[in-house]
Design a protein around this ligand. Structure first.
Ligand code: BDR
Ligand code: CA
Length: 313
């Protein structure tokens, strides 16, 4: 059973495309987990911005000890689709930031993913963006399929998507990469939109951040106000995903399923096809994914606000 293979990890390598909600996820991770590195990918905005934003957040959090490595700037077979209407042209809403002094390291993200998992057994891979870097790493070093113990993936959905009716953004941007990762045999915990949609941040939440007297909270307030003032629900998807690792009770129900990635469909490209038909007595193929289903929003918001407040101490 896939659930039996699940171990708990405190050390993480985070592959991401910051992005407003990626920034919130990084702020949570840097306080509660041992972040051994951050790898960046083109996604919400181009790689130059996602790398710069990752450096900026680590610098702001006084965690310049965490190395940032840039990876691929576009998907395996298609042009990059960005989400600048959701995250702003630079990935940080309309914020103008001072260029960070910190720069990405010289190693490529793919080589770092390979080195990390070929040489360590106690690190979990977190993916908060398109799966391009991870798929390229698996293609370059196929033994990773047996070496990466677990992936926590923000991506996909059991129900509807956001980029399209069927597809969630991270999977839609590079479905071929997602297919390589989901078919790899690596245990995946999927925090998809069906789960993150159970969170909704509000203008009151922005005010709570503004009232905190620390520069991380002011940064977070500016980012969040861009999100809550858009026409969309401000879910902070990536932060919801990483909270599952920090406090497993935030996920009150998860189910093992077989998940396939649709790469061809006329209307369904990028869909996570989630098979949990046991209720009609049809046993799906091998269950390769544990899917988050139910979310404790109050518990998540408490974790988020307590964490951001703690940056001021
Ligand atoms: C995901 O897509 C991106 O826009 C967010 O950063 C998140 O990772 C949500 O669909
Ligand atoms: Ca993201």
């Amino acid at each position: 059973m896939i659930g039996e293979k699940l171990q708990h990890f405190n050390k993480v390598l985070i592959d991401c495309d910051p992005g407003i909600d990626d920034c919130f996820a990084l702020l949570l991770a840097m306080k509660h987990l041992e972040v051994v590195g951050i790898t960046t990918v083109g996604g919400n905005t181009g790689l130059v911005n996602t790398s710069r934003n990752a450096c900026y957040v680590t610098e702001l959090a006084k965690r310049t000890d965490i190395p940032v490595y840039a990876g691929y700037d576009k998907p395996m077979f298609t042009q990059l689709e960005t989400a600048e209407e959701v995250h702003g042209t630079t990935g940080l809403g309309t914020m103008q930031i001072k260029e960070p002094n910190k720069r990405p390291e010289k190693e490529h993200a793919v080589d770092v993913i390979i080195d990390t998992f070929m040489n360590h057994d106690d690190i979990l891979l977190v993916t908060l963006g398109p799966l391009t870097n991870v798929a390229q790493a698996i293609l370059k070093e196929p033994r990773l399929k047996k070496r990466i113990p677990q992936i926590l993936c923000m991506g996909g959905s059991v129900t509807t998507g956001n980029y399209s009716p069927c597809a969630e953004f991270n999977i839609y941007v590079d479905p071929e990469a997602a297919k390589i990762v989901f078919d790899s045999g690596i245990v995946i915990k999927m925090a998809g939109l069906n789960f993150t949609r159970q969170n909704s941040m509000t203008v009151q939440d922005v005010q709570i951040l503004k009232d905190m007297n620390n520069n991380i909270a002011q940064f977070a307030a500016q980012l969040l106000s861009f999100s809550v003032n858009s026409d969309r629900q401000a879910e902070l998807c990536d932060a919801c995903a990483i909270s599952w690792l920090i406090d497993p009770n935030i996920v009150s129900c998860s189910l093992p399923m077989h998940v396939d990635i649709e790469t061809k469909g006329e209307f369904t490209r990028g869909m996570t096809v989630c098979d949990y038909r046991e209720y009609i007595g049809t046993d799906p193929k091998i269950k390769n994914v544990i899917v988050a289903m139910e979310f404790d929003q109050n518990r998540f918001k408490k974790l988020l606000f307590d964490t951001i407040k703690s940056y001021g101490k």
